[in-house]
Every structure is written in C-alpha cells, then in structure tokens.
Design a protein around this ligand. Structure first.
Ligand SMILES: NC(=O)c1ccc[n+]([C@@H]2O[C@H](COP(=O)([O-])OP(=O)(O)OC[C@H]3O[C@@H](n4cnc5c(N)ncnc54)[C@H](O)[C@@H]3O)[C@@H](O)[C@H]2O)c1
Length: 178
C-alpha cells in the first residue's frame, strides 16, 4: 500500500490521545499532525507533531496519507468525506455514523476517491470476543436466545461529557453489540 503511514488525527480529545499513544508504538507509523477546534486539547501534542485548528487546515498543510477521525460521532460523515476528497485513507472512530444512510455515503466517498476506509472497531479482535464468535458460529452451545456482554474498567467517570461526543449513543454499547 505505502512505505510509511504518515498519520493525522482529527479530534484530539480522550480517544485522539489514546489513538496517538497506540499509533506511536508502531515503527511503520509516524504521527505527523493533530487537529482540534479546542486549542486546550492541542497543548500536550507530542513534540514535533504539527497542530491545527481544523480538519481543513490540517488537510491544506500537513503531509499525511492517513487520517484518523476521532471527533464526536455526528461529525464523522463530514470528516470522512473531506478526508476522502483530499485523497487520504481514513480510519474512523466507532460508531462510524448515526445512520446506515450516512455510512453508505462515507463508504461511497472513499470508493470514489480510491482510498481505504476502515472503522476503529478494535474490540472485534480481542480474544474474548473472538472466542464468543467461534462459540456462536459453530453453534457450540445450541440455540442462543440471549447474549449478555459487559465492559469493565472503561473510563466512564464523566458520562455527560462522553454522551456529548457520542451524539446520544452510549459509546461502550458499541463494542458489546458488534
Ligand atoms: N474505539 C474506542 O474504543 C472508543 C472509545 C471511546 C470513544 N470512541 C469514539 O471516539 C470519538 C471521540 O470520542 P472521545 O471520547 O474522544 O470524545 P472527546 O470529547 O474526548 O474528544 C473529541 C474531540 O474532538 C474535538 N472536536 C469536536 N468537533 C471538532 C471538529 N469539528 N473538528 C476538530 N475537532 C473537533 C473536541 O474539541 C474534542 O477534543 C467518538 O466517535 C467516540 O465514540 C471510541
């Protein structure tokens, strides 16, 4: 696909910081730039990483080939479409959109512009989730009529704050229902 992933992150809040920390552990990924409309959030950007006040500024100035969208959920469609139009591959935080129609538009925009689109649905790869999927796929416990899943240890101290980012959905529900 490409030699080195030159990454930009839009939305440098809770998850933007988590994404930055994780991405920087890979030799193949260089974090080039972060953007956030709240200047407070940019104050602890890693040394050498460019900071911008918007996705437009970042796209106009930063040499990135992949854009991570870590803004609140309702803004994802606009962000993904802008990134795709600028020829950037896109990783979007989950949930990617608030409706199937919006999601279809995001996929179409990425297809039209020949860029890869993926969603940061990372828990899908966790061992416990994979074991449960195998149990389900192989019908190992017969017919299932109820699956109960709970996340522990999630930082949900400020639920109101998190709900604002989610646009009404409760983020921790997204992984268990995946
Ligand atoms: N993959 C996961 O496990 C996981 C976990 C938590 C949250 N999320 C997702 O991450 C996304 C962000 O959630 P969060 O908890 O980090 O929220 P947050 O409020 O901490 O961060 C969002 C950031 O986006 C910025 N922002 C808002 N509008 C913007 C715009 N138009 N342009 C640029 N920046 C803008 C805000 O200033 C804020 O800093 C949501 O989609 C959420 O569902 C995913």
């Amino acid at each position: 696909m490409m030699d080195k992933i030159k990454l930009g992150i839009v939305g440098f809040g809770f998850m933007g910081h988590c994404d930055a920390d994780m991405m920087e552990t890979f030799d193949e990924i260089e974090l080039v730039a972060v953007a956030d409309t709240n200047p407070e959030q940019l104050k602890d950007a890693p040394a050498g990483v460019e900071t911008y006040a918007s996705i437009d500024e970042l796209l106009a100035n930063a040499d990135v080939n992949v854009l991570m969208i870590s803004t609140p959920n309702p803004s994802h469609p606009e962000m993904v479409k802008k990134a795709a139009a600028a020829g950037k591959h896109v990783i979007c935080e989950k949930p990617a959109s608030m409706s199937v129609a919006e999601y279809d538009e995001m996929v179409a925009a990425c297809k039209e512009n020949g860029v890869i689109f993926t969603v940061h649905q990372q828990r899908r790869w966790d061992k416990d989730y994979r074991v449960m999927k195998e149990v389900y796929d192989k019908a190992m416990v017969g017919d299932m009529y109820l699956i109960k899943s709970q996340l522990y240890g999630v930082n949900c101290k400020n639920r109101r704050y998190r709900r604002r980012a989610s646009g009404g959905t409760d983020d921790p529900q997204i992984s268990p229902s995946d």
